[in-house]
Design a protein around this ligand. Structure first.
Ligand SMILES: NC(=O)c1ccc[n+]([C@@H]2O[C@H](COP(=O)([O-])OP(=O)(O)OC[C@H]3O[C@@H](n4cnc5c(N)ncnc54)[C@H](OP(=O)(O)O)[C@@H]3O)[C@@H](O)[C@H]2O)c1
Length: 199
């Protein structure tokens, strides 16, 4: 083991299964906490999934009342789940492999301003362009999804002439366990959904 190998203490105020389910994707909400600034417009792709829901909560917390969080879901079930959680300013359903309709929806929702930060949490390939095209010039795209292709992201951005900062989803960022477990303490609704789905 490396001296820098990571570990976290299982907290005493929640069941082990609940803590482990959130820690599995702890890098995503912790990176969100680091990347999102007050007033930002943030798009979460795959927002109704495990990491997506945590990212929506953290993005809204960081963007604040002057910011805007948009959740892109897929199935009817995950879309309804996210709507009921009331974490986002807007929730809509789309296929993230089809970038043009998503681009049009985001143009409409942001009045053409597009997004400062995009967090990609899907579990399928071919969603790089939806992430890149919805970003504003100089914005940030964080690819947490393991289905991301470096080639498609890099050459795709070049192909559409988008100067955006793309971040590979390092599963670790400082404070990732603390930030993620704190979400389950702060949000009763999210804790209930996580308990039902994963614990
Ligand atoms: N970077 C890292 O260190 C790290 C660590 C852990 C996990 N991951 C990766 O993170 C990703 C997400 O993990 P997770 O546990 O949050 O997965 P998850 O709970 O399965 O969520 C994935 C989401 O993607 C959505 N989705 C599927 N097809 C879609 C489409 N065509 N258009 C739009 N959305 C679509 C799903 O929506 P529906 O359910 O509605 O279909 C689901 O909500 C995975 O790729 C995983 O490998 C990365």
């Amino acid at each position: 083991m490396f001296e820098s190998g990571i570990y976290a203490k299982i907290p005493e105020d929640m069941p082990e299964t609940l803590a482990l389910s959130a820690l599995d994707v702890a890098g995503a909400p912790a990176q969100t906490a680091k990347l999102v600034k007050p007033g930002d417009t943030v798009l979460i792709i795959g927002a109704g999934g495990k990491s997506g829901m945590l990212c929506c909560y953290e993005a809204k917390k960081r963007a604040g009342v002057t910011g805007k969080v948009i959740g892109l879901c897929h199935s009817e079930r995950s879309t309804k789940r996210l709507q009921d959680l009331d974490l986002c300013d807007h929730v809509f359903a789309a296929d993230a492999t089809q970038p043009v309709p998503i681009l049009e929806t985001i143009e409409e929702l942001t009045g053409g301003q597009m997004c400062d930060v995009i967090i990609n949490n899907v579990n399928i390939p071919d969603t790089e362009m939806a992430s890149i095209l919805t970003c504003k010039d100089g914005g940030i795209v964080y690819f947490f999804s393991m289905a991301t292709s470096f080639t498609k992201a890099a050459l795709g951005a070049e192909g559409v002439g988008m100067d955006v900062n793309m971040i590979v989803g390092n599963g670790y960022t400082r404070g990732h366990a603390e930030i993620t477990l704190q979400i389950l303490r702060e949000s009763d609704k999210l804790r209930k959904v996580f308990t039902e789905l994963y614990a």
